[in-house]
Design a protein around this ligand. Structure first.
Ligand code: GLC
Length: 782
């Protein structure tokens, strides 16, 4: 209709078809110095350069005005005092720290970042940084032939992201997750570059819709945003591990989770009644299959109203939770952000009366449709709303609940755009701005509200939070599951690079729905998937309404026995896993690592998608294909021992490994060790027996690691109530020498550690803290 009017020749229509070019930042005009940063005034905008540490620099370009030096909610670090050497000649400015050198060319304005030896880290391409009149900002960076890219949070596809294009816009995607399905639920605009063994990182801290193009051009890559500033941080590396330390220094680290959250979780959309949940728990107990958590999906609520239980389906939730707890099982309910529009529903009343919901600038509440029907959405960008939401969780914590599952927090809305109107105006803690700018942090802030509320209410106990949506820094509040995958072998395969890249993106606590969410799973797939799940940081079996039930026993005894073996294995490895989680909470290093993280100079590891490291000495090479029982496994440098057979494999080689359905190939590096326990029962999960398996080395092998333990539940460890053993193992042809250094005040239920020697040579004797061992070697703790 409009086409018949003058609208047909609307000027915007013409512009819309032309791809408006970015205008370059142009020449440097003047330089100013602020308290702790430099300000470069150029023709096409102003650029601020601030050092956060001598190995972390922030660059902010604002095309319109002076750069805003506030940070997004992702950044928690304050800039340190950094000694910066400053020089200038006719062509360039130079800013130099002990670790980084910035060559700032004056005309046109270009920044070259090198390490202290002059090796290029981040160089601007012929095109530099630029902007468009519509508010877009972009950075073009030189691409080198040997660049490999990792991170980008939660993305499908392979481990190495070179050649890919990504968008960051938190999206609810039920459609199959294909290699081209993008974006998904999380936005982590961060990546690490690995170039001939050296690594550096870039975090583009812009919460608008952002885009990364790592492959359209031969000589450069680019990142851009729909609005806001070109605001990014460069991390000097030089190891992949140091980049992780630097990135998580800036955006924070995962708090140590409660030990129970590392156990096995059973979920289903939905276990619909109290009876069904009790029956489920009884099955686990009767079959002696370990279980820590049962999730309650949306059916537990009264008409999908958050902070309620359906009286018919769950007449006595408190008793259910108490009874299950006595069996050693916890309950984690789902909580979505949508609050049902219902004038008689107290949460909705409070939200309206206290002005806590997202609104348009004109003052109307934004309504969108989700599970409960028409709903309002708390404005988590506002401190008052965050606090209110957190406090509401007393409804759950009073019943004994210590963990929450946040879903649909992109936020998902059942409409064309899949989300909230981008014109909604968020309060943003006193600095109001649109949903277009804050969409990507909505779920992150819901996580903050929830985690902080739970922490307050649990009075010293550690909360557990699982989330679907998030932004950079989400690790501070929540574990992440990768959303609605399917029961396809391809999705099992995809989960590995996905979780490894999440780990590189600062999120160590992540996992996929084991068995696959949508679609019917099958016996073999569930079995192979459970083997993998037993070693991914987060371990939850979850399936969708209308599809086959996939609890461990659903496919008969043969499969149940194998599935049970691996769920138990998760618990046998718990001492090892918990130590790795502790390390992640301290350093940001992921629990599950791509091989390149441990072997960054071995190019063969750069795109290994179907193997992973657990910590620095265990390598896992699962079978992820139907009807397959043999696979090629690449072994990096060193000698590797199969934990089940004791067979040794030489590194820098690929070997063919046989793994029948009941076998997950796990290899430990010779000369190193792992800590294990014995499965007791669901009621008695605290381990009483501890075993240190030492994979005897030969001449010169040495290994150091930290074993960590505490009460698993409270924050008492922050006041010294932990047990830490720094263990050093050295092997020669004659002896295996262990030195164990103990610290911390925690007294564990076990009083000694049994040393189990694997592959000890004839004549090799064992020395512990200077004493030669006779009989079965033991490390005494008291
Ligand atoms: C979403 C979630 C899924 C959940 C379902 C019902 O699809 O991703 O895990 O089971 O909603 O709440």
């Amino acid at each position: 209709m409009l086409e018949d009017t003058s609208f047909a020749i609307h000027p915007e229509k013409e512009n819309g078809t032309r791809n408006q070019a970015f205008s370059d930042i142009g020449k440097l005009l003047t330089v100013g110095k602020k308290a702790d940063y430099h300000l470069f005034h150029c023709e096409g905008g102003e650029v601020a350069i601030r050092f956060y540490r001598d190995d972390i620099v922030r660059i902010v370009m604002n095309p319109l005005s002076a750069p805003r030096m506030e940070v997004s909610k992702a950044v928690i670090a304050q800039p340190q005092k950094v000694a910066v050497k400053e020089t200038e000649d006719v062509k360039e400015y130079k800013l130099e720290t002990n670790r980084l050198r910035l060559h700032i060319q004056k005309a046109p304005f270009r920044i070259l970042i090198t390490d202290q030896n002059g090796s290029h880290l981040v160089a601007e391409a012929a095109l530099g940084m630029g902007s468009k009149a519509n508010g877009e900002v972009i950075a073009y960076k030189a691409l080198q032939e040997k660049d490999h890219f990792y991170g980008f949070g939660e993305k499908t596809g392979h481990l190495d992201k070179r050649g890919e294009k990504y968008e960051m816009w938190n999206s609810d995607v039920y459609a199959p997750h294909n290699p081209e399905t993008d974006p998904l639920y999380e936005s982590i605009p961060y990546f690490m570059t690995l170039r001939e063994g050296s690594a550096h990182g870039i975090f583009f801290d812009n919460t608008y819709r952002t885009f990364f193009d790592m492959g359209s051009h031969e000589s450069y890559y680019s990142f851009k945003a729909e609005g806001g500033q070109l605001d990014y941080y460069v991390f000097a590396g030089p190891e992949p591990k140091t980049v992780l330390e630097q990135y998580t220094y800036l955006t924070g680290r995962m708090p140590l989770p409660p030990k129970w959250a590392l156990g096995y979780h059973q979920s289903r959309y939905s276990y619909e009644t109290e009876e069904e949940v009790r029956e489920l728990a009884d099955q686990f107990i009767a079959r002696d299959i370990p279980l820590d958590v049962i999730h309650l999906d949306i059916h537990y609520m009264n008409g999908y109203r958050v902070f309620t239980f359906d009286q018919d389906r769950f007449p006595n939730p408190e008793k259910l939770i108490t009874d299950l707890r006595e069996m050693g099982i916890r309950v984690v309910p789902i909580v979505d952000p949508g609050v049902k529009k219902d004038a008689e529903y107290p949460i909705y009343q409070e939200g309206v009366n206290q002005d806590l919901f997202c609104k348009y600038i004109e003052g109307d509440i934004y309504f969108g449709e989700v599970w409960p029907g028409v709903s309002a959405f708390p404005d988590f960008t506002d401190e008052k709303a965050r606090k209110w939401w957190g406090e509401k969780h007393a409804f759950y914590t009073k019943m004994g609940i210590e963990g929450i599952w946040n879903d649909m927090n992109e936020p998902a809305v059942f409409n064309e755009t899949k989300t909230m109107d981008v014109n909604v105006m968020h309060r943003n803690d006193g600095d109001p701005t649109t949903h277009r700018e804050l969409h990507n942090v909505y779920g992150f802030l819901m996580g903050q509200a929830t985690y902080e509320g739970l922490k307050e209410q649990l009075e010293g106990k550690r909360p557990f939070l699982l989330t679907r949506a998030g932004y950079a820094g989400v690790q501070r509040y929540a574990a992440v599951w990768t959303g609605d995958n399917r029961s396809f072998w391809e999705h099992l395969q995809m989960a590995l690079p996905m979780i490894m890249n999440l780990g590189i993106s600062g999120v160590p606590f992540a996992g996929p729905d084991v068995g696959g969410f949508a679609h019917d799973t099958n016996a073999e797939l569930l079995t192979r998937w459970t083997q993998v799940g037993a070693f991914t940081p987060y371990f939850r079996n979850h399936s969708a309404i209308g599809f086959r039930y996939q609890e461990p026993w659903q496919f008969g005894e043969k499969y149940e026995a194998i599935i049970k073996k691996y769920i138990r294995m998760r618990y046998e490895w718990m001492p090892q896993l918990y130590s790795l989680f502790y390390e992640a909470s301290k350093t940001g290093l992921p629990v599950m690592r791509p091989l390149l993280m441990e072997f960054p100079r071995d190019e063969k590891t750069y795109n290994i998608n179907d193997q992973f490291m657990l910590g620095d000495n265990v390598m896992i090479a699962p079978i992820m294909m139907p009807s397959v029982t043999d696979r090629a496994v690449y072994f990096p440098a060193g000698m590797w021992i199969d934990v089940e057979t004791g067979a040794t494999y030489e590194g820098n080689k690929t070997h063919l490994i046989h793994a029948a359905l009941d076998k997950l190939p796990i290899f430990v590096k010779r000369g190193s060790a792992i800590m294990q326990t014995v499965w007791e029962s669901n009621k008695e999960k605290a381990y009483k027996i501890l075993m240190l398996h030492v994979f005897a080395g030969e001449d010169g092998d040495s290994y150091q690691f930290t074993y960590y333990d505490d009460d698993g539940e409270t924050f008492a460890f922050e006041n010294g109530d932990y047990l830490q053993l720094n263990i050093d193992i050295r092997s020669t042809a004659e002896r295996i020498t262990l030195s164990v250094e103990k610290s911390g005040a925690y007294i564990p239920p076990y009083h000694e550690i049994n040393l189990m020697l694997v592959g000890r040579k004839e004549g090799q004797h064992v020395i512990i803290n200077g004493e030669k061992c006779k009989g079965n070697p033991v490390i005494t703790l008291v």
